[in-house]
Design a protein around this ligand. Structure first.
Ligand code: NAD
Length: 517
C-alpha cells in the first residue's frame, strides 16, 4: 500500500474510533484530561507520527482513583448477569468496530492486519465468555462436621483492578482482564504500554460510550498513560487490591516485589522462551508450518513465539532444509498489505536488541543458517524491518536462555529418547508455551505428564504460538505463574469467603471442643 493510501485509511480509522491526533492520556470515561509530558506515537510501519497523548500526573491519577472508587460503589451492587449485559453491549460495539480497531492495532503496533483483526476477535470472544460466566460465578457447598450446619463458599468483587499491559497485544490483554473483572463486579484502571497508547484511547472511547448509554458511572473503566513511573502509581497504591501486569520478566520481578510489600495480589504474565520438540515421528509439513508461523508471526514479538526448535538427530537435516526453503519465501513489508508475512519490530531499540542477540549467538559459537539483517530503502523507511534469522545453537548459550523479542529461531539437536528433548525444553528459566510434534502416543502422553513439559501451555501437533480464550492462559517459573482468560481464571478477580450457617438452637464448636458455661 502506498503511504498516502495508508495515511487516508488510518485517518478514517482514527475518526471512526474517536481518536483525535491530540488526545489526552488520562480518562475516567467521558472526561479526558492530562497535564504531563507528551508521548508521541510513531508507527513502526512507516515511521509516521500517528498522534500523541499526555502522560498522567500524580494529581490526574488521584482524580482517576476517586472516580474508580465512586463507580465501584454502584457497580458492585449490580447483579452479575446485568453486568454481563454491559459486557455483551461492549462486545457488540467491538463487532461493529472490528475493522478500524484492527487497523489501528496493526498500524500502531506493526502486526499484520490479519493478526490485528484477530486480536479484536479475541476481545469479542472474551466478552462472550464473560457474558456466560456472569451467570456462573459459583462457589462450592460442603458438608459441615456439625449437625444442623451448612457450609458454602462464595465470591465477592475485589474493588479496583489495576491493569498494566505490554505493547505486543495492545488491546486483547486489557480485554481479557477487564471483561472478567467487570462481570466480577470490579472496576478497572488501565495503564497501557507507552509504545501503543492510541489503541488504549480507542478502547476507552468504545467502552465509555457503552457506559454513558446505560447511565453508568464512567469510572468503571479508566485509563492512565505513561511509562513505568505511571505504572508505579498503581503498584504502590494499596487502594488497588489486584495488579494484573503483562510484560517482561524484568518488569514482573519489580512489580511483584512492590505489590508484595503491601501484601496486594498480583497476576503476572511475563516472558516466554518457547520450544517445539520435533520427534522422529513428527509430520514434517505440520512441523514447518507450526515452526515458521511461531517464529516469524508478529515478527517474533509474541510472548508465545517459537524461539527454540529441539529436533531429533534423525530429522535434523530434513527440518533444516525445509525451514531454509520456507524462509526464502517469506515476504517482509507493510503489515497492512496482506501479501506480506512479516512486519516491522516495534521500534529501533528492538532492532538493536535483535542485532545484539545475533552477534551474541555467533560469539557463543552458533552457526547462522538463515542470515538476518536490517532492511533499508523503499518501504522500510521506519528502520524497524528485520529479516527473520535461524541460528544453529546450543541450549546452554546465554543468549538462547534469554527471550529476545524478535524473529530469531534457534535450532537445537537432541539424540536418544524424548526425555532428552524434554530436559532441553525445560532447561530454561521461563515456562510459558511448549509443543511436541509427534504421531507417537507414548511420546505425546509423556510430554503432557508430570514428567513432561513444565510450561503453563503444552500442545501436541500444534505450535507454541496463539491460544484460545476458553482455556486459562499463562505460564510457570519466570513467566510469573498468572492465569488469565478462560477456565476458572475469573477467581483471581474476586475474594473468596467461606460461610457457615447454624440452623439449630445449639452452639456446637468445631473439632469436638467443649466449652460449657
Ligand atoms: P515491558 O516489561 O517493557 O513493559 C510492559 C508494561 O509494564 C508497560 O506498560 C510498562 O510501562 C510497564 N512497566 C515497566 N516497568 C514497570 C514498573 N517498574 N512498574 C510498573 N509498570 C512497569 O514489556 P514490553 O516490551 O511492553 O512487552 C514485551 C514483553 O511482554 C515480553 O517479555 C513478552 O513475553 C511479555 N508478554 C507476556 C505475555 C504473557 O501473557 N505471558 C503477553 C504479552 C507480552
Amino acid at each position: 500500500m502506498e503511504s498516502t493510501t495508508v495515511k487516508k485509511t488510518i485517518q478514517k480509522t482514527l475518526d471512526q474510533l474517536g481518536v483525535k491526533s491530540q488526545n489526552f492520556g488520562t480518562s475516567t470515561g467521558s472526561e479526558s484530561f492530562g497535564n504531563g509530558e507528551t508521548i508521541k506515537s510513531f508507527s513502526p510501519v512507516d515511521g509516521e507520527l500517528i498522534g500523541s497523548v499526555l502522560s498522567t500526573t500524580k494529581a490526574d491519577y488521584e482524580k482517576v482513583l476517586n472516580s474508580a472508587q465512586l463507580a465501584y460503589k454502584t457497580w458492585r451492587l449490580k447483579p452479575a448477569p446485568l453486568r454481563g449485559e454491559i459486557v455483551r453491549q461492549f462486545g457488540d460495539k467491538l463487532r461493529e468496530l472490528k475493522q478500524p480497531l484492527g487497523e489501528l492495532v496493526s498500524y500502531e503496533m506493526g502486526k499484520s492486519l490479519q493478526e490485528g483483526l484477530g486480536e479484536v476477535q479475541e476481545m469479542i470472544d472474551i466478552c462472550e465468555f464473560a457474558v456466560g460466566l456472569s451467570r456462573q460465578l459459583h462457589g462450592l457447598t460442603m458438608h459441615s462436621e456439625r449437625p444442623g450446619h451448612r457450609m458454602y463458599e462464595q465470591y465477592h468483587p475485589l474493588g479496583i483492578v489495576g491493569i498494566i499491559s505490554a505493547f505486543n497485544f495492545p488491546v486483547a490483554v486489557w480485554s481479557w482482564n477487564t471483561a472478567l473483572a467487570w462481570i466480577c463486579g470490579d472496576v478497572c484502571v488501565w495503564k497501557a504500554s507507552e509504545k501503543a497508547p492510541l489503541c488504549s484511547i480507542a478502547c476507552q472511547n468504545i467502552i465509555a460510550k457503552v457506559l454513558k448509554d446505560n447511565n453508568l458511572p464512567e469510572g468503571i473503566s479508566c485509563i492512565i498513560n505513561g511509562n513505568y513511573k505511571v505504572g508505579e502509581f498503581m503498584t504502590t497504591d494499596s487502594r488497588i487490591p489486584l495488579i494484573s501486569a503483562t510484560g517482561s520478566t524484568r518488569m514482573g520481578k519489580i512489580v511483584s516485589k512492590t505489590v508484595g510489600e503491601r501484601l496486594g495480589k498480583s497476576l503476572l504474565e511475563l516472558g516466554g522462551n518457547n520450544a517445539i520438540i520435533v520427534t522422529p515421528d513428527a509430520d514434517l509439513k505440520m512441523t514447518i508450518i507450526g515452526a515458521v508461523f511461531g517464529a516469524v508471526g508478529t515478527a517474533g514479538q509474541r510472548c508465545t513465539s517459537t524461539r527454540r526448535l529441539i529436533i531429533h538427530e534423525s530429522m535434523y537435516n530434513k527440518v533444516k532444509e525445509a525451514l531454509v526453503s520456507a524462509y526464502k519465501q517469506l515476504r517482509i513489508g507493510n503489515p497492512l498489505n496482506e501479501n506480506n508475512h512479516v512486519g516491522p519490530l516495534i521500534d529501533k531499540d528492538a532492532v538493536e536488541m535483535y542485532q545484539l542477540a545475533l552477534k551474541k549467538a555467533i560469539d557463543e559459537g552458533g552457526t547462522i543458517l538463515v542470515e538476518g539483517g536490517v532492511l533499508s530503502g523503499k518501504g522500510y523507511e521506519s528502520g524497524c524491518y528485520v529479516k527473520p534469522a535461524i541460528v544453529e545453537a546450543d541450549n546452554h548459550f546465554e543468549i538462547v536462555q534469554h527471550e529476545t523479542f524478535a524473529p530469531i529461531l534457534y535450532l537445537l539437536k537432541y539424540t536418544g529418547s524424548v526425555e532428552n528433548a524434554i530436559d532441553i525444553q525445560n532447561g530454561v528459566k521461563q515456562g510459558l508455551s511448549s509443543a511436541i510434534m509427534t504421531n507417537n502416543l507414548r511420546e505425546a502422553e509423556l510430554f503432557l505428564s508430570q514428567l513432561g513439559s513444565d510450561c503453563g501451555i503444552a500442545n501436541v501437533n500444534i505450535g507454541t504460538s496463539g491460544a484460545e480464550i476458553g482455556g486459562a492462559f499463562g505460564g510457570e517459573k519466570e513467566t510469573g505463574g498468572g492465569r488469565e482468560s478462560g477456565s476458572d481464571a475469573w477467581k483471581i478477580y474476586m475474594r473468596r469467603q467461606t460461610n457457615t450457617i447454624n440452623y439449630t438452637t445449639e452452639l456446637p464448636l468445631a473439632q469436638g471442643i467443649k466449652f460449657d458455661l
